[in-house]
Design a protein around this ligand. Structure first.
Ligand SMILES: Nc1nc2c(c(=O)[nH]1)N[C@H]1C(S)=C(S)[C@@H](COP(=O)(O)O)O[C@H]1N2
Ligand SMILES: [Mo]
Length: 323
């Protein structure tokens, strides 16, 4: 991201990728381990993971509808090559992100809703009920991509919890602000805290996902613990990390990147191989840990699920739709 990409994926050495068979057998092992620990827990208290969420949440049950025909990205790539500008502009911020305290973690859901809420993430997860796992493609605007199993719940569950009023048209999301923990936030030229927004219609789409985990475990901090958005048909910068506030609003929110460079990182940011970024092509992508490039698909391959959201826009605003 940023105005000039300082490091990019071509620096990464190609490496063996974890194929789905291997991933699934690892999952079985994990599942049995978790079952064992739940039995044991009957004697004392419920075991907690390092990230505070009960380990009995992971790995969650698989939602088979969301699978893909390409290989899962090796976990080590997805968790050590990350964009999280609060901790610096390089991809290698995972050690620094470990400083973030994610327990307790207060989340506020407010704005044009009948039932505003401020609660700890653990209490939110109790209200939500269960978690599920979905394998999604993920495409950064910088033209790298990955394929990862997210754990979490559909964003529309939050909508039904707070009951928005009819004048709520957009949802605005905000990341934490704590420059003592996140040194990137001392850089005053960024309009912190990181902010992003989508329409309520987009939020109601079944693909819109709130992630609390990845690879069958709670999210590591660098991937946006304890709660992040995942919108797999949009460029990655819309998938805001470490959320503390979700507001239902009537006006279109302006994201951090949009406010810095509106011609490069627009509101819709739907993946489109035909519309170049002003400084590079979006026609193809480099998968993390995989040699060679593959063609990028319209809406990142999710057109059947989301193109109806944009039928009006496609007629009227062809060029701005993807910016
Ligand atoms: N708060 C916050 N959220 C963020 C970012 C960020 O810098 N800060 N980077 C975005 C970008 S550009 C991408 S591509 C994805 C990367 O997610 P990942 O690091 O888990 O792959 O997070 C998005 N969410
Ligand atoms: Mo990105």
């Amino acid at each position: 991201m940023s105005f000039i990409i300082k490091k990019n994926i071509w620096d990464l050495k190609a490496s063996v990728i974890t194929d789905e068979k291997f991933f699934n057998s690892r999952r079985k092992i994990l599942k049995n381990l978790v079952k064992g620990s739940v039995l044991y827990a009957g004697l004392s208290s419920i075991p907690q993971s390092a990230f505070g969420q009960p380990s009995s949440y992971y790995p969650p049950k698989v939602n088979d509808f969301y699978k893909v025909s390409r290989s899962i990205t090796e976990e080590n790539f997805a968790t050590t090559y990350t964009n999280f500008y609060e901790f610096g502009s390089s991809k290698n911020i995972w050690r620094r992100a470990a400083q973030l305290k994610t327990k307790p973690w207060s989340l506020t859901i407010d704005g044009l809703v009948k039932k505003p809420l401020t609660l700890d993430i653990d209490d939110l997860l109790k209200k939500i009920g269960g978690l599920e796992e979905r394998i999604y493609r993920f495409r950064c605007v910088e033209a790298w991509s990955m394929t990862v199993p997210w754990a979490g719940f559909p964003l529309k569950k939050i909508i039904s919890l707070v009951e928005p009023s009819s004048d709520a048209k957009y949802i605005k999301f905000e990341t934490f602000f704590d420059p003592n923990v996140a040194p990137g936030q001392k850089q005053k030229w960024y309009p912190w805290p990181y902010q992003e927004g989508i329409t309520i219609k987009e939020a109601e789409n079944d693909l819109s996902f709130m992630a609390t985990g990845i690879y069958g475990k709670a999210l590591p901090n660098q991937n946006g613990a304890p709660l992040r958005l995942v919108l797999p048909w949009k460029y990655g910068f819309k998938s805001i990390k470490s959320i503390v506030k979700i507001s239902f609003v009537s006006e279109k929110p302006i994201g951090l990147w949009e406010s810095l460079a509106p011609a490069e990182y627009g509101f819709w940011a739907n993946v489109n191989p035909k519309i170049s970024h002003p400084r590079w092509s979006q026609a193809s992508e480099q998968q993390l840990g995989v040699e060679g490039r593959i063609p990028t698909k319209i809406y990142n391959g999710y057109a059947p699920q989301v193109s109806s959201l944009y039928s009006d826009l496609e007629k009227n605003l062809k060029d701005t739709l993807f910016k």
